[in-house]
Design a protein. Sequence first.
Length: 99
Amino acid sequence: MRAFVWFVRFILFVLLLGFAVKNDHVVDLHFFFGKQWHFPLVFIILVVFAVGALMGVTATITSLLRQRYELSRLHKRLARAELAAGQAQGEGAHLTDLS
């Protein structure tokens, strides 16, 4: 199975490398106030992909941290409830022993 995964990675790498070689044309990016930049198309595609991946990871981490905080809060609440239930049972058992 590991060999298959590496084979798929290699094929994907070769395809992306071929894509990069075929799209090496210089393109112009026009900004406001007559500002202009010249970059290879593959560089622009790579930057846009990296920014999108960074935004996705940031959104995932934010959601993950929120869930971990909620889970921690619920664990503490459960521990307090179990402690209160244990104390209530202990008091009830203590009262039944006296009678």
